[in-house]
Design a protein around this ligand. Structure first.
Ligand code: WTA
Length: 675
């Protein structure tokens, strides 16, 4: 029965039986799934583009219906749901009030187990978002303004995002773990007048003072010529301000103090055009400067909603927990916008999953009845390596589990399936990016078999293809890797890079555009920047980044960003960051530096180099190892050969080095790293 419902035929499975391994969704899952009609998949064939996306648009409540699903007249600046108007906060909150005002929108679980959980209903969320929006409006925030939000994993974070959305202001959330300097860079680029922060929070059993970073951010922004007018400070324990950083008179506002004056205030939601930007999210690319990925209101929101429904299979009775941070795109789409738009109940957990011990995720799942569980391969690996985990001692049942952010090794996948999922949860391995707004490749959980280590086919409406470097399509089953691209536009995709449309066009469309003059979307495939392989069953296996981006524990970092932080030190001559294999985090940065003439290597210098990275970016970019070497391997034209350094770090075959300008240095480095 299950087999009749899947997209892979038995013959294909038989052919690959020895090399491939498939798992079927249980019948009980199929029976209840949102997307279980295999015939419905046909609607999403490329011939029916773009009309099939209307179905996704209809998941939202519109103030004014759209006139046109897709306008492709100005490639690659696609427009979606043209003429339609809506407000994202209305879709995420107001429209659920009539029937579900008392339903839980969020469970907030503080890191310290002794602190009680908070239950935030849709009505509570409505009240908090309106009051906070009223405060923002009084501070002058209006439609189109940018607001930077630098908060940890607390309910105040979605409240602030949705308050911006209500006013039509564009939020730019900066991951809480980023440094004050990194926050400043994003404030300056987005020209935000308002910064929203918190005094501190709990993480790893410690109280972290956080507001200090806001002070650094505002000072550094000022040095770069941008004045932040207001800093709004939430208190982790309302009424008690706890931070090393004193409040700055005339600039800092304690939200808890002033919000009292806003009790009962309501803000009329601003009706936005579908194409108006909803938010910016800065992400790493090939240069030292993070790029502001711009997402639309109607296109993005309907894509996050549809994928939450079809792929995460979120339903009204479910309790859903995504362990990502809202400061990354996964949290935007799959903690805030998708689940709220569906009226779901979901979990916001403040801290690290292993606090106070590695069983915390199971105890939270047991307490709240979590049945959809969303996490990353790094978290799964660390659970697997943890001592004393005992999921069998906890009462929980997951119907569906998600893995996202990095490739998952088949072995780790199987452990996730058997031990955490108890052989009863369907797994979706979802491949996507900050730029794509939502999932691109994944199995449809009730219709496709799972294959460990493979994300799966394009999701309904998405048509991926693999090109070689010359732009020739690589056939399914050829065993060759290439660049994964998407043939068709879709409405979750970024609209542009903030203030840098040229970079937008060249980064994603430069390499494979068939004709820059063409007005036909067929000529404009989207290039993701990942290597991938396509098996003959139509499943994509993602191999990892092909550009200067490295993926640490599912967090995206630019090697150039790390290198520029290091090059700010006068003692350093050259720096190269490579991705080194790590059993837990997938890959981690390792740094190779050469020093200015006369500078002597020392532990003190290495420590200063690491400190520079933490200050400029944050602790997540901390290199595992700093190798101070006499020189870096270079081509005759002076290009640093990072590939060779990566081979040394990862103990791989180095290959031919004779064409280098300085081949002898490879031996020296090899001796140092692998004596
Ligand atoms: C990687 C995170 C393998 C990929 C949603 C991509 C994955 C980058 C997967 C984007 C997956 C994401 N399997 N690799 N299921 N999901 N990636 O922008 O290299 O933080 O390009 O978005 O993560 O990272 P980003």
């Amino acid at each position: 029965m299950a087999d009749d419902n899947t997209r892979i035929s038995e013959t294909e499975i038989a052919v690959h039986w020895h090399e491939e391994e498939y798992y079927s969704p249980p019948e009980s899952f199929i029976q209840q799934a949102n997307f279980r009609d295999a015939d419905a998949l046909r609607k999403f064939e490329l011939d029916n583009f773009p009309d099939y996306f209307a179905e996704y648009g209809h998941l939202l409540q519109w103030d004014r219906p759209w006139d046109q699903v897709f306008d492709g007249s100005n490639p690659p600046f696609w427009k979606w749901f043209v003429g339609g108007k809506l407000n994202a906060s209305v879709n995420c909150i107001d429209r659920h009030l009539a029937k579900n005002r008392n339903k839980t929108a969020f469970y907030f679980i503080p890191e310290r187990p002794e602190e009680p959980k908070q239950v935030v209903t849709y009505q509570d969320l409505f009240v908090r978002v309106n009051e906070f929006a009223a405060l923002l409006r009084d501070l002058g925030v209006k439609q189109g303004d940018r607001v930077t939000i630098h908060l940890p994993m607390v309910v105040e974070l979605p409240v602030a995002m949705l308050a911006c959305a209500r006013l039509g202001a564009i939020h730019s959330v900066v991951f809480g773990g980023f440094s004050g300097q990194a926050c400043a860079d994003r404030i300056v680029d987005s020209e935000s007048d308002v910064l929203i922060t918190m005094d501190g929070y709990y993480r790893g059993g410690k109280w972290l003072s956080h507001k200090d970073k806001a002070d650094i951010a505002v000072d550094k922004a000022k040095e770069a010529g941008h004045i932040v007018k207001h800093v709004l400070v939430f208190e982790r324990h309302p009424g008690t301000y706890t931070s090393n950083a004193p409040l700055v008179a005339g600039r800092d506002i304690l939200v808890n103090d002033v919000i009292q004056q806003y009790r009962g205030r309501r803000v009329e939601p601003v009706s936005m055009r579908a194409e108006d930007p909803l938010f910016l999210m800065y992400t790493s690319g090939s240069t030292g400067k993070p790029k502001g990925v711009q997402h639309s209101t109607g296109g993005y929101l309907s894509y996050a909603t549809a994928t939450s429904k079809n792929i995460l299979d979120i339903q009204p009775e479910d309790v859903y927990w995504c362990m990502a941070d809202i400061g990354w795109i996964t949290g935007h789409s799959y903690i805030v916008y998708g689940p709220l738009s569906l009226g779901a109940s979901s979990v916001i957990y403040e801290g690290v999953p292993s606090y106070p011990d590695a069983n915390r995720p199971f105890s939270i799942a047991e307490e709240l009845g979590v049945n959809i569980f969303h996490t990353s391969p790094t978290a799964i690996r660390s659970l697997r390596m943890a001592q004393n985990i005992a999921p069998q001692n906890y009462q929980y049942h997951f119907k569906l589990m998600v893995t996202v952010g990095e490739p998952i090794e088949p072995d780790v996948w199987r452990w996730y399936y058997h031990v955490i999922g108890r052989d009863e949860a369907v797994i979706v391995d979802t491949w996507w990016q900050t730029e794509t707004g939502g999932f691109l490749c994944s199995t449809v959980p009730a219709l496709d078999k799972m294959k460990p280590g493979s994300a799966g086919p394009g999701i309904p409406g998405i048509h991926p293809v693999i090109y070689d470097d010359e732009g020739h399509e690589i056939a399914a089953g050829s065993g060759r890797g290439g660049n994964i691209c998407i043939r068709n536009p879709w409405h979750g995709a970024l609209q542009t890079i903030w203030k840098d449309p040229n970079r937008f066009v060249s980064t994603y469309y430069g390499k494979y555009c068939k004709n820059p003059e063409s007005k036909d979307w067929h000529d404009w495939p989207y290039m993701a920047g990942d290597g991938a392989m396509l098996a003959s069953d139509g499943y994509f296996r993602i191999l990892g980044r092909i550009d200067d981006v490295i993926n640490v524990a599912g967090h995206r970092l630019g090697t150039k960003e790390i290198e520029s932080a290091v090059l700010k030190l006068d003692d350093v001559a050259e720096a190269a960051v490579i991705a080194a294999h790590d059993d837990m985090k997938g890959t981690v940065p390792e740094l190779y530096v050469s020093l200015q003439p006369g500078v002597v290597p020392s532990d003190e210098l290495s420590a200063r180099i690491v400190a520079a990275i933490v200050t400029e970016i944050g602790p997540i970019a901390r290199p595992r190892k700093v190798w101070i070497v006499p020189d870096l391997p270079k081509t005759r034209s002076g290009k640093i050969m990072r590939r060779i350094l990566a081979s040394i770090s990862n103990n791989k075959e180095i290959g031919d080095v004779t064409t280098l300008a300085n081949p002898e240095v490879v031996d020296t480095i090899h001796q140092m790293v692998r004596p």
